[in-house]
Design a protein around this ligand. Structure first.
Ligand code: G1P
Length: 290
């Protein structure tokens, strides 16, 4: 059986980014660069690679730099081409007419509420969600790996990651069922930010989802959960049993760019990998360690 490809993705980007202050006082945290590309660009690239056509950003006040980033910068492009400069570096920032939509989340009521704000644009079809500060790096990308599995399973799908048990209370955690054909695991329960001793596993939700539109209906009446927020994890938990629910273990690297140390790590890792500057970065990083 084949399922219709996923065409739409939601990027919740309304968060305040307080962990990165003062850098994020006037700049959205999603615009912080990893080497020379903003974090949000990596997520959009990953979506495109997976065949997704429409990007829906759930923004808030002070996030207009994201809209500008994915727009045509006429003066910049004109000046660059007059000077004979190569414009191809801007290619990934182009989202065509109708390929992006912006909706505001007026109040920080939680991730579930942010996703629900996009309900009318998502409409009645399965869609993807990307949390851009979970930086998933690999080839093929995380969503492309999930989309491939989705073709077999349909239903709902999340990416998961194994972490040390003592860290699970910062994340959504799955209760795994039977291990299907690798990299798939059946999901039989989900809990948001459990106490370490109550966590059903050490497999956490790592910021990539393919969900059926019914989740919007569940979110409609979702009560507040962990941290007093409307949680996407709680809404998804309601759908287990009604629809297939699988987890995919991503084959690649994950950098937690929601934390300052993880963000610095991502910069170093990607800098080291780059064909143009990698050797130079290695030399400089090595010199710092002696
Ligand atoms: C969110 C999700 C959580 C997930 C995490 C990944 O939590 O609610 O399930 O594991 O992202 O980073 P937040 O980081 O917004 O508290």
């Amino acid at each position: 059986m084949t399922f219709k490809p996923i065409r739409k993705a939601v990027f919740p980007v309304a968060g305040l980014g307080t962990r990165f202050l003062p850098a994020t006082k006037a700049i959205p945290k999603e615009m912080l660069p990893v080497v020379d590309r903003p974090l949000i660009q990596y997520a959009v690239d990953e979506a495109r690679e997976a065949g997704i056509e429409q990007m829906i950003f759930v923004t808030g006040r002070g996030k207009s730099a994201i809209e500008d980033h994915f727009d045509i910068a006429f003066e910049l492009e004109r000046t660059m081409s007059d000077r004979g400069k190569d414009l191809s570096v801007l290619e990934p920032t182009r989202l065509g007419p109708g390929q992006c939509a912006y909706v505001r989340q007026q109040e920080p009521l939680g991730l579930g509420h942010a996703i629900w704000c996009a309900r009318d644009i998502v409409g009645d079809e399965p869609f993807a969600i990307f949390l851009p500060d979970e930086f998933m790096h690999g080839s093929p990308g995380c969503m492309a790996q999930m989309a491939e599995q989705y073709q077999e399973t349909g239903g709902n799908m999340i990416s998961v990651l194994e972490i040390p048990r003592e860290q699970v209370s910062s994340y959504g955690v799955i209760k795994p069922g039977k291990r299907a054909k690798a990299p798939l695991t059946e999901v039989i329960g989900l809990v948001e930010k459990p106490a370490v001793e109550e966590a059903p596993s050490n497999l956490i939700l790592s910021g990539r989802y393919i969900l059926q539109p019914e989740v919007m209906r569940v979110l409609e009446s979702q009560e507040k959960g962990a941290g007093g927020e409307i949680q996407l994890t709680d809404a998804m938990a309601h759908m287990i049993g009604d629809q297939p629910f699988h987890a995919v273990t991503f084959s690649g690297s994950r950098y937690d760019c929601g934390s300052v140390a993880g963000y610095v790590e991502a910069n170093l890792a990607l800098g080291l990998e780059r064909a143009d500057i990698g050797a130079d970065v290695r030399e400089r990083a090595t010199a710092l360690l002696v």
